[in-house]
Write a protein that binds this ligand. Structure first.
Ligand code: NAP
Length: 322
């Protein structure tokens, strides 16, 4: 297939959602092209052990799991471009996608570009990602039984993560840069009622301490600039996520935070033939397994759309089992 051919399906994004969409589409003979991004793999590339993905009873390293996802999609004939999409035009069919100067065209596109957890932006944080620095309490709380962990943030996520972590950890310290909280009152109250949770306000994490693993944080008072160290076994940054939707904002319907909007019980966007799957359209569940499920839905939706285009509209009941 050359760059000039019109493909049936292009998938933008190489995380659990994109690779699962590719697996299903490849097995349905759609010969998908996945433009997976220069840094393929998504958020699992900055985690270590994944213990909540069904089928891996002994756990698996995030990057290893993503390599397996990719290999499985490849096995059935997926093509890959390991680069970033720079521009799209969904105004007419075939839809057009560019990587630099190279243009690719397809009847359907699945957007699976995910979301990015906001980082504190510290070099020491980057070094200790997956070694005590985490962005997901649901994923990693169980690794901290009886330990002390720091949660950074003052929104609902921080309250929720701290409350969840307190089920495992002996102590949780919430560090927030102001003394007012963005979190809803009920979530803050719930965290306040938890005796394991302590609070440090008007402070930021200045440095994550530790060699091989996190051993603590250096905090800085935002009013006085005074710094001090706090021993801790883990640091959970819960300062929000940003959907990776910059490329699509002028073409696809999105909410105020930039998440793409899909029709209920479907992965269809407002543009026929363009589908959105995984975290790019889900700010609630944000799990690898839900993203993968959503990727599967996207492939089935794209397949049905293509069948309808070709004049062979199938009902959901008549659609082949993949
Ligand atoms: P958020 O509401 O944007 O809150 C982010 C928090 O992190 C804010 O307190 C912010 O401080 C702080 N922050 C941002 N950048 C920081 C930095 N560089 N250093 C230190 N602190 C920083 O994000 P969220 O908590 O993830 O919530 C996102 C959305 O999901 C919200 O609409 C929320 O209600 C919703 N949500 C709901 C639930 C639930 O209902 N169960 C659970 C989770 C999330 P400032 O306040 O000073 O800006």
């Amino acid at each position: 297939m050359t760059d000039n051919d019109i493909r049936e399906l292009i998938i933008i994004g190489g995380g659990p959602a994109g690779y699962t969409a590719a697996l299903y589409a490849a097995r349905a003979n759609l010969k998908p092209l996945v433009i997976e991004g220069f840094n393929w793999g998504g958020q699992l590339m900055i985690t270590s052990d994944v213990e909540n993905y069904p089928g891996y009873a002994d756990g698996v390293l995030g990057p290893e799991m993503m390599a397996e996802f990719r290999r499985q999609a490849e096995r059935f004939g997926t093509d890959f471009i390991t680069d970033d999409v720079t521009r799209v035009d969904f105004s007419e069919r075939p839809h057009r996608v560019w990587v630099g100067e190279d243009e690719y065209r397809a009847e359907t596109v699945i957007v699976a570009t995910g979301a990015t957890a906001r980082q504190l932006g510290l070099e020491s944080e980057r070094k200790l990602q997956g070694r005590g620095v985490s962005y997901c309490a649901t994923c990693d709380a169980a690794f901290f039984p009886g330990k002390h962990v720091v949660v950074v943030g003052g929104g609902d996520s921080a309250m929720e993560e701290a409350t969840f972590l307190a089920r495992f950890a002996a102590k949780v310290t919430i560090v927030h840069r102001r003394d007012e909280f963005r979190a809803s009152q009920i979530m803050e109250d719930r965290a306040r009622a938890n005796e394991k949770i302590e609070w440090i306000t008007n402070a930021v994490v200045d440095k994550v301490l530790g060699g091989d693993r996190v051993s603590g944080v250096r905090l800085r008072d935002v009013n006085t600039d005074e710094t001090w160290e706090l021993d801790a076994d883990g640091v959970f940054a819960a300062i929000g996520h940003d959907p990776n939707t910059e490329l699509f904002l002028d073409q696809l319907e999105h909410d105020g935070a930039g998440y793409l909007i899909t029709r209920p019980h479907s992965t269809e966007t407002n543009v026929p033939g363009v589908f959105a799957v995984g975290d790019v359209q889900d700010h609630v569940y944000r799990q690898a397994v839900t993203a993968a499920g959503s990727g599967c839905m996207g492939a089935l939706d794209a397949e049905r759309y293509l069948a309808a285009l070709q004049g062979h509209l199938m009902t959901a009941e008549a659609a082949p089992r993949l």
